[in-house]
Design a binder for this molecule. Structure first.
Ligand code: ATP
Length: 364
């Protein structure tokens, strides 16, 4: 059996609990993983003076594969998102989020099977922002006024939304290549090109250009993002692979997760040409952190995606089978799933759920 060295960034909030659960499950899957721990986040800031030490970046670059628990991004403070910084520094230009029904998880539909491909490097996540009243904001407002493009109220804060030809081609190509490799039939591009002609309009134009190269192999269509949201909720079976600019992809990920039972079961990956960092869709959920209430399924399924990536297909499938088994039996489900299913049964803790999963793997 091949031994793989994987960087583990446990994160904070519920990340500490879900990462520990994930490690137990991966160990029980039979895969031979050596974890190299790397810090990031608020506690790391206190200890190392930075929320994302150079040594953590180097560890991911060295091992090429990492799995990361969620990291809190405080709202409205000077603390920039570690998640965004990691994606930028390592050029993880793809955010891949498969959304799959798990029978017993309380989803609104039994048969959701779609894949979200979210651009990961630009759009309103570019981090180019001007504080209200700052010199930069005033200059920009002045420039916009003088250019004749329109006017901006002087007391505005401004976030810039760049969408480039390069990043759009890269992400749409990834979506089509993914579809080809995984036998998917259609790619849908979601956008608001009717309103934002030079950003979303460019995204749609370039997506159509890339789609031409796959004609006859993978179908293509596009949807305006608001209409897409309604269509997704009414009938998710009409979608297959969906490619988004960054922000819409973020929002649609949570929406799609809600269709299958919630954030507790939604896995994901950030993928670049050299490295991949696997992580659940959910954040650090400070409201339930440290209470042994978190559902670790999302991070565990992210680990299964990681094992696929490492070529450990059997171990990955074993984990997915065990997850399906535990949900189908329904005896040890965490509180978020109990709420989603409307069941009055007592909820399992994070540890009890993980125990059940490990027992299922060991019983195979
Ligand atoms: P971020 O902005 O960092 O993505 P968010 O605002 O989307 O975070 P989350 O932390 O992802 O918020 O979660 C929102 C809520 O969903 C949490 O407060 C929590 O109640 C619930 N939740 C999220 N993840 C889980 C989980 N793994 N298990 C149980 N409940 C969860």
């Amino acid at each position: 059996m091949t031994r793989h060295i994987v960087t583990l960034i446990p994160g904070d909030g519920i990340g500490l609990e879900t990462s520990a659960a994930m490690q137990r499950v991966v160990a029980a899957s039979g895969a031979d993983i050596e974890w190299e721990l790397a810090p990031a986040g608020a506690a790391c800031m206190e200890e190392h003076g930075t929320p994302l030490p150079e040594s953590t970046i180097e560890a991911v670059e060295r091992n090429k594969v990492a799995i990361k628990g969620p990291i809190t991004t405080p709202v409205g403070t000077g603390f920039r998102s570690v998640n965004v910084a990691l994606r930028k520094t390592l050029d993880l230009y793809v955010c891949l989020r498969p959304v799959l029904s798990i029978p017993g998880a309380g989803g609104r539909y039994e048969d959701v099977d779609l894949v979200i491909v979210r651009e990961n490097s630009e759009d309103l996540y570019a981090g180019i922002e001007f504080e209200e009243g700052s010199e930069g904001a005033c200059k920009l407002i002045d420039f916009v006024e003088k250019s004749g493009a329109g006017s901006i109220r002087p007391d505005s804060g401004i976030s810039i939304k760049p969408i480039s030809v390069t990043a759009t081609r890269n992400i749409v190509e990834y979506a089509f290549e993914y579809a080809l490799k995984h036998g998917r039939k259609k790619v849908t591009a979601a956008h608001k090109a009717n309103i934002m002609k030079h950003s979303d309009g460019l995204f749609l134009r370039e997506a159509r250009g890339v789609a031409k190269r796959y004609e006859g192999k993978v179908a293509f269509d596009d949807k305006i993002i608001d209409a897409f949201c309604m269509s997704l909720v009414m009938d998710p079976s009409q979608f297959d692979v969906i490619v988004f600019p960054n922000l819409y992809g973020d929002i649609a990920s949570d929406l799609a997760a809600g269709l299958v039972g919630g954030l507790g079961i939604a896995p994901g990956a950030n993928i670049g040409r050299d490295c991949a960092v696997f992580e659940a869709v959910h954040g650090s959920a400070p409201d339930i952190a440290g209470k042994n209430l978190a559902n670790p399924t999302a991070e565990i399924l992210s680990a299964a995606m990681m094992l696929d990536h490492l070529g450990e297909l059997e171990a990955a499938e074993r984990i997915r089978r065990a997850v399906r088994g535990v949900y189908a039996r329904g005896e040890h489900l965490t509180a978020d799933i109990r709420r989603a299913t409307g069941s009055g049964a007592i909820a399992a803790s994070c540890t009890e759920f993980t125990d059940a999963l490990v027992a299922a793997l060991e019983a195979e």
